[in-house]
Design a protein around this ligand. Structure first.
Ligand SMILES: Nc1nc2c(c(=O)[nH]1)N[C@H]1C(S)=C(S)[C@@H](COP(=O)(O)O)O[C@H]1N2
Ligand SMILES: [Mo]
Length: 393
């Protein structure tokens, strides 16, 4: 039914493979080629802010695009580089002490299994990190994202639970760890291995997807072709791209991505950090350029989006006067499972000058975005209200 998906990468196998890539690829039964840059898709400056191996979506590029973020403007977070993988030789190996019948799955087999389609956000745990420095006066290391390390797409694939059922999940299974087929991640000279992070079995069996389609197209290379994990509501690192291996274990698993990264560290936290981060927090963004122009002289419609990993957004308020007055925005997407909602509100009297716009969302747990986010060393989960500068002209 989807021959285009199988063929799409054939024409893109260009570039030179490194020796290391060849060895790993041979072991995995995968043809992997390096690309000239870390990201394959075009990154026009009107759609993206570059950050090394990563690219941030510009919020003004979401102004007229509808509920889903189109693939050509979805943010990219790569620890190294996008690998180009041949779906016809790709295999997903499922194994470990929590599995009774370890085996491999091919792309065609996954595509022949009953599929589900879900709207889910992928958001980097570091989204908004730059505001720890610019709003709260404390620099944190890592990619200095504004608010564009998030996107919602329509994903189609096979529930992870269905694949686990086919390999005979043991009642003793506690953790499920997908690994990516991209290059090993080297941090401060230490090789940390494949990008991988364990999921507790409860989440793995709940709403996690092995996705092969994004917004109705085969996954683009940068977003995990041929198959990625999609873990709704959780920190983006859980959604492993280019998955080639899933270990299911009767003992707890760990990786640097749930021990030395993606926990809260720093003042007030235990030395080994908190428990691994799971759900994303509540955030809001205006669909406007940073320092963008807003015309004066007549009412202006402000648009934006708000989201929370803790549940539906129930209320959004906007202030155009530094927080003295708040106006209730009209929510445009309200479904119980909507991963974000678009909203709009009228700014009746924009007067010339530099202004800061504030948006504050409340989610269904009753949590409203705070004025400040408690500091953590690695700058994760910034949820405070962001002051968005504009020039009224
Ligand atoms: N294999 C692999 N999976 C990965 C990553 C990676 O570098 N390699 N980055 C993770 C992080 S930190 C995030 S935020 C999301 C980003 O997904 P996207 O690039 O499709 O937006 O992918 C996650 N999955
Ligand atoms: Mo991330």
């Amino acid at each position: 039914m989807f021959p285009a998906g199988l063929a799409v990468l054939g024409g893109q196998l260009t570039g030179r493979a490194s020796a290391a890539t060849d060895v790993r690829a041979a072991r995995a039964g995968v043809v992997t080629r390096r690309t000239p840059g870390p990201i394959v898709k075009p990154l026009p400056p009107e759609l993206f802010l570059p950050h090394g191996t990563n690219a941030e979506t510009r919020w003004e590029a979401l102004r007229d695009v509808g509920f889903h973020v189109p693939n050509d403007r979805f943010f990219v977070r790569n620890h190294t580089s996008t690998p180009l993988i041949d779906a016809t030789t790709w295999r997903l190996r499922v194994h470990g002490s929590g599995v009774r019948r370890p085996r491999e799955f091919g792309y065609a087999e996954l595509r022949s299994m009953p599929s589900v389609t879900v709207d889910a956000a992928i958001e980097c745990a570091g989204n908004g990190r730059s505001f720890f420095a610019t709003q709260q006066g404390r620099q944190t290391p890592g990619t200095q994202w504004r608010l564009g390390a998030v996107g919602v797409a329509r994903w189609r694939g096979v529930p992870l639970s269905a694949v686990l059922r086919r390999v005979g999940l043991s009642a003793r299974a506690v953790d499920v760890m997908p690994s990516g087929l991209d290059a090993n991640f080297v941090s401060d000279g230490v090789d940390l291995g494949r990008v991988r992070r364990p999921l507790p079995i409860g989440k793995a069996l709940d709403d996690v997807l092995l996705a092969y389609e994004m917004n109705g197209e085969p996954l683009p290379p940068d977003h995990g072709f041929p198959v990625r994990v999609v873990v709704p509501s959780w920190v983006g690192i859980a959604s492993i791209k280019w998955v080639g291996d899933i270990e299911v274990s009767a003992e707890p698993l760990s990786s640097p991505w749930n021990t030395r990264f993606y926990r809260f560290f720093g003042p007030g936290y235990p030395d080994e950090g908190t428990a691994p981060l799971a759900e994303q927090v509540t955030k809001s963004a205006f669909e406007l350029a940073w320092e963008g122009a807003v015309p004066s002289g007549s009412p202006y419609t402000l648009r934006g989006r708000s989201w929370s990993g803790r549940g539906r957004v129930t209320r959004v308020e906007v202030s155009t006067d530094g927080g003295a007055h708040w106006r209730r925005a009209k929510l445009l997407d309200g479904g119980r499972r909507a991963p974000w909602t678009r909203w709009q509100v009228t700014w009746p009297d924009p007067r010339p000058g530099r202004r800061e716009l504030l948006a504050r969302a409340t989610d269904e747990t009753g949590t409203a975005q705070p004025a400040t986010t408690p500091f953590n060393d690695l700058g994760y989960l910034f949820d405070a209200i962001v002051a968005h500068p504009v020039q009224v002209v």
